[in-house]
Design a protein around this ligand. Sequence first.
Ligand SMILES: Nc1ncnc2c1ncn2[C@@H]1O[C@H](COP(=O)(O)OP(=O)(O)OP(=O)(O)O)[C@@H](O)[C@H]1O
Length: 317
Amino acid sequence: MSSVTPSLIISELSKDLGPVPALNNRMLRVLDSVSLKALPGQVTTLLGSNGAGKSTTLACAQGLLRPEGGTIELLGQDPFGDNPDLRSRVGVMLQDGGLPPSMRPIPLLRHVAGMYKKPIDIDALITRLDLESFGSRTIRRLSGGQKQRVALALALAGDPEVLFLDEPSAGLDPQSRQVVFDLISEQRDLGKAIVLTTHLMDDAQRLSDYVYIIDKGRTVAQGTVTELTTLAASEHENRPVNFGASPSLELPQPPAGLHLSETAPGEYHLTGVSSAEHLNWLTSWWAREGILPTHMNLQARSLEDVFLEFAQKEETV
Ligand SMILES: Nc1ncnc2c1ncn2[C@@H]1O[C@H](COP(=O)(O)OP(=O)(O)OP(=O)(O)O)[C@@H](O)[C@H]1O
């Protein structure tokens, strides 16, 4: 990571919640040594399954939940300290919305914006998020996706330096999702530090500058999407190759660890590829037999592959 001053630094965070009846009313350790940094001008993503501890991490980072251990520095300050100005520099979109059910979205948004010294251009935001299309309804009558859009608008109202977005695309239709993604990217380009949570690999892959994979309350991996996908490729050793050639080729016996098959007439699939030698074996066979493939690709690993491997690895530890 670069030498830019992080907007958020979390070190060795631990948090207990409960008491939990299923644990004889003992407390449950939901965060265990989570550390992360979020830089301005970047989308930092906490990626993890349901219950991994993402929302709890965000709640601690915002000063809403006091941790049992570890330190948090938000815009250089202690989020639990007496610093009223800090709140106005941070925008929050909670998972459950936390919106007042009897209010209408637009008056609420204007009211909230009025509380900030330098609010964002509210009219432009209303248009971008198409809030007018359901503006006459109270919040309790809005759909889940409509509430999400209102919650995002409220988070942006004060033109904050740091944005905490808990599952920002949950429940959105494809069009609204695109609008939300565009808004997040624009805020990032304006230099805001965006910390978002998701369990959706596609969202993480599309939006993130830096990803922390959280599993069972621990940070199990971190890096840019490229770093994570290439790291896992070298560690876990399987980059399948697909190629097309004449149908029903006589397939040679590949070296140990590789498996070659014809998946459809003229379509072939080689799994277990983990080194240049494996590709050399493949192309040597082609050269020997005079095979010129019609197409070939080395299957890129997705964040999902990486995520599943880390989650599996944790289970077997
Ligand atoms: N008040 C509570 N008492 C006991 N356990 C709790 C409480 N709140 C949350 N938990 C537990 O803490 C763990 C982490 O929850 P958290 O909401 O942080 O996960 P998450 O990663 O945000 O999940 P999701 O993607 O489902 O929102 C879960 O196992 C959850 O059941």
